[in-house]
Design a protein around this ligand. Structure first.
Ligand code: CA
Ligand code: CA
Ligand code: CA
Ligand code: CA
Length: 536
């Protein structure tokens, strides 16, 4: 019997899309009742190997190479044995895709393979792939019904990519399982560095309807693959841009989820690319994401396929140290440093592996008083790895970053020809007033170098304080005050008069970013204005 064919038929019949409740209303071929509760058959073990069609990249074009598709194991997912709509037994597939469930001979069953990774205990996670264009139904792969004839029955199943040779011609059943497989690889790697790995529930939204246009998420108009609030959205648009086989894209977005829950990111988001001079928080977040996918997979090539037949693509080699416009504001510099800290390849002397990186991200960097940046990360990494300081300094030096680094970037001198961006932070104690200047020289997306000015507020004792922003011209000024990554006060009100941000603050250094708009608040501008810290 050709089980792969059988499965394909089940998929074509529309059975791949189940809803978690197991209502089975889409089951057009009812299973015979199990014979009055059993007794007629013998106990039987049904086992086998679960695989999915994995489509690799063409390493020349960075597009997908459908003709090189291989069957890879479906690892770590929930497998249910169903008699009708009743779950008879459940297993979790192992690292080779093997499963084993118990039934009895003479009875008809289906296997339901759920697109989820779940584990409870000391190390725990709860991750599922759903269709955001179909009421957030979890993807499940139901096999056709089979009747058990042996007490030791072998049943292998493969989830098909749906590729028909020159286009997708059937359900892309493998997609959710490749997405989960990239998460499986990530979790497996993190288990080695964290005996108590605990991950917040995560929903990954993927659909062939997810297109690179903005609009309603439930319609698939997701714009681009992205992470937000324990949800990842991934593109699935055939012939345009699909990401289910772009493993580095998946792990990059997963990295943002990890930052959000287990580490910390102060990134303000926004458009970015290699060569951009960015807000240092954005540079760290995006550079981290790119390096992260290289670190997790031991593959420095970040590849993203798109275009007709998924045949085009681009790549970023995070091992490359020769980035354009290097510096503390460059995502390219950040990713090259992080990858070299990790790897043992011979273009650098650092070889620390994942553990020290993980420890800083989930430890000191998570609680730092400064904004998260390459400054804070490298300061803590050097503190914790004293014997590697020379090699780590080489990496900083290579990227035009001052090796005498502290979390505030106090000794940094690289201003890209724009004096206002140094010092990285203007330090204010109560009673101080300073003039700061913003620029739009490197773009005006609110996330480019110099768009905002960073302040370090020395608040020695708890109490009421005001951060005052006084425009020198007809500008609308905004400000945001944070304590260890938490936004504690801000103003976004429109107006060109003096801004007072007054709040009761806990004792301890706070940080702020301030920026200027034109009088109508429609665009940010480069201008100078006074900032004051006042104790009330
Ligand atoms: Ca893609
Ligand atoms: Ca390198
Ligand atoms: Ca290295
Ligand atoms: Ca290297």
């Amino acid at each position: 019997m050709n089980l792969k064919k059988m499965l394909t038929i089940a998929v074509l019949a529309g059975m791949v899309y189940g809803c978690g409740g197991g209502g089975g209303s889409d089951d057009s071929s009812p299973t015979p009742p199990p014979g009055g509760g059993g007794g007629s058959g013998q106990a039987a073990t049904i086992s086998g190997t679960l695989t999915f069609d994995k489509v690799p990249h063409n390493t020349s074009t960075n597009g997908l190479n459908h003709s090189a598709t291989v069957e890879a194991p479906i690892r770590g997912v929930t497998v249910q044995l169903l008699n009708g709509s009743t779950v008879v037994d459940t297993d979790v597939s192992d690292a080779s895709g093997n499963y084993s469930v118990d039934g009895e001979t003479g009875t008809s069953y289906r296997l339901r393979i759920r697109a989820e990774l779940k584990q409870t205990g000391t190390q725990s996670w709860d991750i599922e792939v759903v269709d955001n264009t179909s009421s957030n139904a979890q993807y499940v792969l139901d096999t056709s019904t089979f009747t058990v004839s042996s007490t030791s029955e072998t049943r292998d199943f493969n989830a098909d990519s749906g590729w028909g040779g020159s286009s997708y011609t059937s359900t892309r059943a493998a997609a959710p399982f490749n997405i989960l497989d990239r998460v499986y690889v990530t979790i497996t790697k993190l288990q080695e560095v964290d005996a108590n790995l605990t991950l917040a529930p995560l929903v990954i939204n993927w659909s062939p309807n997810n297109i690179p246009e903005s609009g309603n998420l439930a319609d698939g108009r997701i714009g681009t693959s992205f992470y937000t609030q324990d949800q990842i959205y991934l593109l699935g648009a055939a012939n345009t841009d699909s990401d289910e086989y772009d493993g580095h894209v998946i792990i990059h977005e997963w990295g943002h989820y990890f930052e959000d829950n287990n580490a910390r990111s102060d990134s303000v988001g926004g458009p970015h690319g290699g060569g951009d001079r960015l807000d240092m928080r954005v540079a760290f977040g995006e550079g981290f994401g790119n390096a992260w996918s290289g670190i997790i997979t031991d593959d420095p090539f970040y590849r993203d396929s798109f275009g007709v037949n998924q045949s085009q693509g681009f790549s970023i080699n995070v091992e490359n140290n020769n980035v354009s416009n290097p510096g503390w504001f460059s995502e390219g510099s950040v990713q090259s440093i992080l990858y070299d800290v990790y790897d043992s390849a011979n273009d650098d002397l650092a070889d620390l592996g994942l553990q020290p990186i993980y420890d800083v991200l989930t430890g000191q960097q998570r609680n730092t008083e400064a904004f998260t940046s390459i400054f804070s990360f490298m300061t803590y990494l050097k503190e914790e790895n004293a014997s590697d300081v020379a090699a780590l300094n080489d990496l900083l030096n290579d990227q035009n970053i001052n090796v005498n680094v502290d979390i505030w970037g106090s000794n940094e001198t690289d201003n890209e020809g724009q004096p206002s961006v140094i010092p990285v932070y203007n330090e204010l104690s109560p009673g101080d007033t300073q003039e700061v200047c913003t620029i739009t020289t490197f773009g005006s997306d609110r996330n480019k170098l110099g768009n905002r000015k960073f302040l370090r507020l020395n608040i020695q004792s708890a109490g009421s304080y005001t951060l005052r922003l006084e425009p020198s011209g007809s500008n609308d000024l905004d400000g945001y005050i944070y304590n260890q990554g938490q936004l504690v006060a801000f103003t976004e009100a429109l107006g060109t008069s003096t801004v007072n941000i007054t709040e009761n603050f806990a004792a301890g250094t706070h940080v702020a970013d301030v920026l200027a708009y034109n009088s109508s608040g429609s665009a940010i501008v480069g201008t100078c204005f006074d900032v004051s810290l006042i104790q009330n």
